[in-house]
Design a protein around this ligand. Structure first.
Ligand code: SF4
Length: 478
């Protein structure tokens, strides 16, 4: 399905997820483990605070000069032999990738993990044009077999337990016997994928950081599938959002120190790939051609707002979702779009529009757990509140897509009445008296209360207000 056709239904999906004990148990177990591992990595508060301040500064410096750095990145990449393409929309990016593959006569593609290609729905686009794309990251491979979307940006199949994976493999992998042994399941996936690497006409990957100074594409991973995808096939296409650019090579280490520790509680990933050119004369491996596709898809609009542009600092570590009391209970599929959890709640409404995903900024308790663990200090709760406001009162300067789409005459009248009530002691007394007399007659199923009372008990109005009681006791001054 095309991304444009999607509309968020957070409330409806959350109800379903909350009534799925298996899903909740899978998430609870996984999230508890990730939180414990991350906490162990950042046990030294001084080190954590200094490192995240540095990480935030590196990303803020890059974003402050984003247009110039993107031009420098393009020039450097081209000088290194990497062909650079610009895509304003996901449709353009899909067309560019398809065009490169068709020009090369590619029919089989092996893919490394890439959330941007999920955002593009690239696999479906390629399949519709006769090109088979196989995911090589174990988690992505599992959900591709299951025909599902990722439920987490780092661990895409975290919603499944080993029994579900064992059943899936026995059903979908030819000759695979049912086993719940994790090593055997991993070996089965490895065996099924090995041949795909060798057969692939092209590899497609994401990019963690693109360094403008040197034209280097940094790609981190644990399974070696990213390295195989980007070196074994004769053609490599890297796809990334325009915000992933860094100014200098020396900006990479602090972010590499933050990203895996925040994501999986590892000091560093098993593989850190740094791709700076296609295969050079005399080299024994590497692709003969490398392409870099830079996707905008609404990021320029986000960049144009001085407050909301903090969203673009994100390094996709997923720590915010691992610690979010909402995400950890309802899981990633509840968010409909590619990016779930707190980062999704600020990014998706900006990319897709508040008219499509305007309920997502409300799917938060504003507890600030996300902001506390974000390694690049994105003030997520503040941006959630800002987006809630934009949905009702779009600011003149901001260009948030779908701004004002939640404007409602009844809500606006309700707030005016509320203001009037609290602005006049007389009106306040009359209204509270009427509520005390008649409020309990209003059923919980009344249209204006229905949604609220679907998950809460309607409070009972007291027969007498606090003011009345105080007056009767002789405490009132009026
Ligand atoms: S918002 Fe922060 S914590 Fe969340 S994924 Fe991005 S960098 Fe990580």
């Amino acid at each position: 399905m095309a991304a444009e056709a999607l509309k968020s239904d957070f409330g409806g999906k959350a109800h379903i997820a909350l009534n799925d004990p298996k899903l909740r148990a899978n998430f609870r177990r996984a999230m508890d483990g990730l939180m414990t591992k991350r906490a162990a990595q950042f046990a030294d508060a001084d080190e954590w605070n200094a490192l995240r301040a540095r990480g935030a500064a590196v990303r803020a410096r890059a974003l402050a000069q984003l247009p110039e750095l993107l031009e420098r990145l393009e020039a450097r990449c081209q000088a290194n032999g990497i062909q650079v393409h610009w895509a304003e929309t996901t449709a353009e990016a899909n067309a560019i990738v398809l065009g490169i593959l068709q020009a090369a006569g590619a029919k089989r593609v092996i893919k490394g993990k890439s959330m941007v290609t999920e955002e593009m729905h690239l696999n479906a686009h390629l399949e519709a044009h006769g090109i088979a794309a196989v995911e090589s990251d174990l988690g992505e491979y599992i959900i591709q077999l299951a025909g599902e979307a990722p439920s987490h940006i780092v661990m895409p199949c975290i919603h499944k337990n080993k029994v579900e994976i064992a059943e899936l493999f026995a059903d979908k992998i030819e000759g695979q016997a049912y086993t719940e042994n994790v090593d055997e399941l991993t070996a089965a996936a490895r065996k099924a994928l090995r041949g795909r690497f060798a057969d692939a006409d092209a590899g497609i990957s994401g990019v963690n950081f693109a360094v403008a100074e040197t034209g280097t594409l940094v790609l981190i991973e644990n399974e070696g599938n990213g390295r195989l995808s980007t070196t074994l096939p004769p053609l490599h296409i890297a796809v990334t959002g325009i915000e992933k650019v860094l100014e200098k090579l020396e900006d990479v280490p602090p972010l590499l120190s933050l990203l895996p520790r925040s994501a999986t509680g590892q000091p560093i990933t098993t593989y850190v790939n740094m791709i700076t050119s296609p295969r050079k004369a005399g080299e024994k491996d590497g692709p003969k051609a490398v392409h870099l596709v830079l996707l905008d898809n609404g990021r320029s609009r986000v960049y144009g707002d001085s407050e909301l542009s903090d969203t673009l600092r994100c390094i996709r570590c997923a720590a915010c979702m691992n610690h979010c009391p909402v995400y950890t209970r309802v899981g990633g599929h509840t968010y409909t779009f590619t990016y779930p959890g707190p980062i999704g709640k600020i990014l998706t409404p900006q990319l897709e529009g508040l008219d499509c995903a305007g309920d997502q900024p409300h799917a938060s308790t504003l507890c600030r757990a996300c902001a506390d663990v974000c390694p690049v200090q994105i003030p997520i709760p503040d941006l959630l509140v800002r987006l809630r406001t934009e949905a009702v009162h779009p600011s003149a300067t901001a260009g948030v897509k779908g701004g004002g789409s939640a404007q409602s005459l009844s809500e606006s009248l309700g707030w005016r009445g509320y203001t009037a009530m609290y602005g006049s002691p007389l009106i306040y007394r009359v209204v509270t008296r009427l509520m005390g007399l008649f409020g309990n007659w209003v059923p919980a199923s009344a249209p204006m209360l229905k949604q609220w009372t679907s998950v809460r008990t309607k409070p009972k109005f007291a027969a007498k207000s606090l003011h009345q009681l105080a007056r009767e006791k002789g405490f009132s001054h009026d």
